[in-house]
Design a protein around this ligand. Structure first.
Ligand code: HDE
Length: 741
């Protein structure tokens, strides 16, 4: 046994460094989420409440039954070269566990990233709701937030053109409250009955499972072109909102109209919003496609790194409150999830702040096993009859049963309520709780009647006593028949550049459709939104705008009618434009957490480089030295400067802006380096801020860059560069002759 000592500890010379909990085995604790105070960076030391089994420095490897393992390198064999013995229970335990490591991925929203954090309300919301977590500004409510794409599978790219999920689990003292929303305020369909159809249409086609995480294919547009109620959502999905710069720079929306209920049992309709403090920003479509190849984890990495470096992402919770009496005041139906309530009609009140301050410790245990449900409510919040929401109330528990495999999914640490759970639910797969009482029924006398029901005054949940008095019907209200006016409102509210991006997205997607009749129907629908939009799309598809567009058939049945096709209508919107719908009006005065590439080679002017890096860092940005090789480069004064990334292993699309430092030898090297030229060309193509020191401006002569264009700074002025980065992008550059790569 020449290597025997290796089996009993680390090989000589290798010092084991345990990541955390050195010397302590925490075992499985009862709860994960007691508020963890966190200042800067990760607060792993306080993670002593974590529900994972940690390895201490003196601990030995065991089987799942706790038996110490003597040899984890070799299976048990009949002789040195013999067959493996069935008797080897240690091998079988290990392989069996491995074979069952995967659980079914979510049918939608499979690709996700999450973080822990806290929520705090600014003022008591007593006027509108009795929900306790919305009363006390001194109280921090722990949260777990999961972001996701919808269509792709678990390993798909972050940068797919898609809706983003934005799910928040509040661990309140009154039980878990889940706000399971999206980054767009409306949805494709009005009735839950159509959800499986929508998802079947957008998922990869069943014969060849192509394309992954993309809506640009026949079945999706076939369905959409026959579902005029999707038109408003399609405008959002084709806009830049579908390709966010960062999960930290997205809005969130509850989508449906919910209810707030106060302690006098008064009900208010409410729309929920999340407003990111860094503003709402997106990337260019060409950029998104390149990022998908260069770094498919772009959003996941960005979220993780921001939290690790102490740059905690923040959002304000906004509410639009509509008194019960105003239910029918609008030209749209509040129960119709294809409509938003323009902020001009009902302003958004910002009532609290969400801060994400801790990364999960284990992706599977937390991000994968978290189970959201729009039906996880607390007293003071309730549903409306939105038919999409009503269908969701069934779906989410049902899906957890197949995904997590047991009705005990609420006992998985990430899903546990901080309020102690007492009820008569018992047993089932993987039950964790050991109930010691003999009564699992109510009423009982043996158990003293426990657990008791809670009075409403003591926090017992009561549903809002909405009056319902009607016939059973399959159909929908005529107030749901307008499918185009808010699609037009959205399009009209966009800046010129944003409109151009919608046109291009539709051109891209529809050009991937192989069946001409589908393209015809879609362009026909677009004529209902805006004639100019339809014409521009049709031109790129090489087809005429249908003279008499095929009237889209609405398949829903009027509540009072027969099951015959009828035409959707377009009502006149009471406003023509809504500022809040355009990202052009977002926050543009901060460069916090922006990633800046500093291109440099041997001979770089150290003074200029240091000065720029210092100023960018002071303004909150993060700089990376990108050079032709790894290791160090030599500055013009002979100093070794450490390189972060190379022109070969990174790319311009992974940065927000580029700075090219001065220095004669440096400029000469970069000027003749194809990768460096490609780097700045691409930054220019994607309309990013570019700065050079005065002598380094010569490098731009070898590129497609117009030195006079907006956002191009050629005198090394840091102040102007910082202001330009804050603008996010200079989309007007897209009008100029295009950069080829
Ligand atoms: Fe979901 N949705 N959904 N959805 N949804 C799921 O639940 C469903 C809808 C949303 O990070 C599933 O646990 C139906 C609207 C998010 O874990 C499933 C309908 C909105 C997430 C499901 C909708 C959403 C989901 C899949 C139409 C925005 C990810 C896995 C009636 C308001 C949650 C799961 C996470 C996940 C069903 C429509 C948001 C299958 C039937 C509208 C953010 O239950």
């Amino acid at each position: 046994m020449p290597h025997a000592e290796h089996l009993y500890g680390p090989p000589n010379g290798i010092k084991l460094v345990w990541k955390r909990h050195a010397g302590i085995c925490t075992g499985i604790t009862n709860h994960t989420f007691m508020a963890k105070k966190s200042t800067k960076g990760s607060d792993k030391k306080t993670a002593d409440l974590q529900p994972d089994i940690e390895t201490g420095s003196n601990e030995m490897m065991t089987t799942d039954q706790g038996l110490l393992i003597n040899d984890d390198q070799n299976s048990l064999k009949a002789g040195e070269r013999g067959a493996t013995l069935l008797e080897d229970f240690i091998l079988r335990e290990k392989i069996t566990h491995f074979d069952h490591e995967r659980i079914p991925e979510r049918i939608v929203h499979a690709r996700g990233s999450a973080a822990h954090g806290v929520f705090r309300v600014y003022e008591p919301m007593t006027k509108y709701t009795k929900a306790k977590f919305l009363q006390d500004p001194a109280r921090e409510t722990p949260v777990f937030v999961r972001f996701s794409t919808v269509a792709g599978s678990r390993g798909s790219t972050d940068l797919a053109r898609d809706v983003r999920g934005f799910s928040v689990k509040f661990y309140t003292d009154e039980g878990n409250y889940d706000l399971v929303g999206n980054n767009m305020p409306v949805f494709f369909i009005q009735d839950a009955m159509k959800f499986p159809d929508l998802i079947h249409a957008v998922k990869p086609e069943p014969h060849n499972e192509i394309p992954q995480a993309a809506s640009a294919h026949d079945t999706f547009w076939d369905f959409i072109s026959l579902m005029p109620e999707s038109t408003h959502m399609i405008m959002w999905a084709m806009s830049d909102r579908a390709i966010p710069r960062s999960l930290r720079m997205m809005e969130g929306f509850g989508v449906h109209t919910f209810r707030l209920i106060n302690d006098k049992n008064e009900s208010f309709f409410v729309k929920f919003h999340w407003k990111p403090l860094l503003g709402v920003h997106s990337v260019a479509w060409d950029e998104a496609q390149v990022i998908s190849g260069k770094d498919a984890d772009f959003h996941r990495r960005d979220l993780w790194e921001a939290i690790e470096s102490g740059n905690f992402p923040e959002w304000e919770l906004g509410i639009q409150v509509i008194p019960q009496a105003d239910e029918h005041k609008f030209e749209f139906d509040l129960l119709d999830p294809t409509k938003l309530v323009p902020e001009e009609l009902v302003p958004v009140q910002r009532i609290g702040r969400l801060t994400l301050n801790r990364n999960p410790d284990n992706f599977f245990a937390e991000t994968e096993q978290v189970a959201f449900h729009p039906g996880h409510l607390v007293p003071g919040i309730d549903f409306t009859n939105d038919p999409l929401l009503q269908g969701r109330l069934f779906s989410y528990t049902d899906t957890q049963l197949s995904r997590l495999g047991s009705p005990n999914f609420h006992e998985i640490p990430i899903n546990r309520s901080v309020n102690t759970v007492h009820n008569n639910q018992r047993d089932g797969h993987m039950r964790q709780q050991i109930n010691k009482d003999i009564t699992s029924y109510s009423p009982n006398s043996i158990g003293g009647g426990c657990p008791f029901q809670a009075k409403a005054a003591d926090g017992g949940f009561t549903s809002y006593d909405e009056r319902i008095d009607s016939k059973k019907i399959r159909g929908r209200s005529k107030s749901f028949f307008d499918h185009f006016s808010q699609a037009t409102l959205f399009y009209n509210s966009q800046s010129q550049a944003e409109q151009a991006h919608i046109v291009n997205a539709l051109r891209f997607e529809l050009s991937k459709v192989t069946i001409p009749a589908i393209r015809d129907r879609m362009v026909g629908i677009l004529t209902q939104v805006d004639k100019g939009l339809a014409k521009q799309v049709a031109d790129a598809l090489g087809m005429p705008v249908p003279k008499k567009p095929e009237q889209p058939i609405n398949h829903s049945i009027p509540a009072d009618g027969k099951p015959a096709a009828y035409q959707p209508i377009k009502v006149t919107s009471s406003i023509e434009k809504s500022e809040a719908l355009s990202m052009a009006n977002t926050v543009k005065d901060t460069i916090q957490t922006r990633q800046i590439a500093v291109l440099a080679a041997d001979g770089v002017d150290e003074a200029l480089l240091n000065n720029m890096v210092k100023k960018l860092t002071a303004a909150g940005a993060q700089t990376k030295i990108v050079a032709p090789h790894l290791g160090n480069i030599k500055g013009n004064k002979g100093t070794d400067i450490m390189v972060d990334q190379t022109l070969f292993n990174t790319a311009s699309v992974l940065f927000d802006a580029v700075y090219v430092a001065g220095g004669t030898a440096n400029v000469k090297a970069l000027q003749n380096d194809g990768d460096a030229l490609h780097f700045v060309n691409q930054a220019y193509k994607h309309c990013k801020a570019i700065a050079t020191d005065s002598d380094a401006a010569a490098l731009l002569d070898n590129t497609y860059i117009d030195k006079k264009a907006n956002g191009v700074i050629t005198d090394g002025n840091a102040k102007n560069f910082i202001a330009a980065i804050g603008m996010h992008r200079f989309w007007e550059r897209e009008q100029q002759p295009k950069v080829p790569a």
